[in-house]
Design a protein around this ligand. Structure first.
Ligand code: ASP
Length: 325
């Protein structure tokens, strides 16, 4: 009590309000989960699947808001500046760790301007082509690209997006530059790939599983050193003479800095329950992805992972001299 009497009333009142707010959270108001890419794409897919299960655990509604553009940085910036009452969260991917090196005028700091909630899932990527592209396999694709580089266009979801990074790695591995076309997400890019407005694209399997199964796009390689369990028929990059390629896209959830710890705890507990949910795990596996473990769906684990990823990507991007602004 002695100690309490030394704390100003305003602080006590604020603490009490926070506790009441956290106990009632989320209450009657929905939680808005901002996806910084277009609806119907891979980040959107993971976000909708995970929040459907989290909503049940939170006993409140989570609605998705798609805020695409600039490789995911517009949506992330919006969440960094949002009210920190637990009613706005961000579901992003690896771009959260590459943006600080790519954007000199980023307007937010991924480590300082967010509270971490936890990791959600890892998703592999594949290199795809329009169905009518003449090469039937990667062996034929390589000379075709070299001979037609000036006429071929590679779609992506903006600078710093997973598809952009994957495309950069691919072009540097084959020593050939292609024209690139940015979209607000790979959902609209996939529509144009199918329509033939662009020729090639790297994308997460969570976006293209249906189209691969329906045979409406041509898969060339899995952008990793081993085949993807759900798509064993697609050769791994390492089997096709591109040994250094290993792209894994991780998705995670964040809240604006200063979101009350008790709220973060509730969000993270719901996330941990969701990633262990057999329905969510099975959905991810079917799409070639892997749900995070419960330990990875925790704030400390995400903070460490994000820090490591920023440490990994910053020197690579600086050495490449690539900037988005
Ligand atoms: N797949 C996109 C990317 O390349 C993101 C998305 O549309 O969800 O980053």
């Amino acid at each position: 009590m002695k100690l309490l009497s030394k704390i100003p009333m305003t602080v006590l009142a604020a603490l009490a309000a926070t506790t009441v707010q956290a106990q009632d959270y989320p209450g009657g108001n929905p939680v808005v989960a901002v996806v910084p890419f277009a609806a119907g794409g891979p980040t959107d897919k993971v976000a909708r699947d995970v929040t459907a299960i989290m909503s049940k655990h939170l006993k409140g509604q989570i609605v998705i808001e798609n805020v695409g553009g600039a490789g995911g940085t517009i949506g992330a910036k919006k969440v960094a500046a949002a009210r920190n009452d637990g009613h706005t969260v961000l579901i992003h991917h690896i771009g959260m760790s590459t943006a600080p090196a790519l954007y000199r005028q980023l307007g937010f700091d991924p480590l300082k301007d967010f509270e971490m909630v936890g990791e959600i899932a890892d998703v592999p990527m594949v290199l795809l082509g329009n169905k009518n592209l003449p090469p039937e396999n990667f062996k034929e694709l390589l000379p075709y690209i070299k001979a037609n580089a000036s006429k071929l266009f590679l779609a992506n979801a903006g600078i710093g997006s997973a598809s952009h990074l994957c495309g950069l790695l691919f072009m540097s591995a084959i020593g050939t530059q292609l024209g690139t076309v940015p979209y607000k997400g790979t959902a609209p890019a996939l529509t144009d790939l199918i329509g033939g407005q662009v020729n090639l694209m790297c994308d997460q399997t969570t976006n293209v599983a249906g189209q691969l199964k329906a045979g409406v796009v041509k898969p060339y390689i899995a952008m990793q050193s081993s085949r993807i369990d759900a798509f064993k028929e697609i050769p791994a990059a390492s089997e096709q003479g591109l040994p250094g390629i290993e792209v894994k896209i991780w998705h995670a959830m964040y809240a604006p800095k200063g979101t009350p710890p008790a709220v973060i705890e509730k969000l993270s507990a719901a996330l941990q329950a969701a990633v262990q949910d057999p329905v969510f795990r099975a959905k991810m596996e079917e799409l070639g992805a892997q749900a995070a473990t419960a330990d990875r769906a925790k704030p400390e684990s995400l903070r460490k992972h994000l820090g490591n990823e920023i440490g990994k990507w910053t020197p690579i991007i600086r050495a490449a001299g690539v900037y988005a602004d």
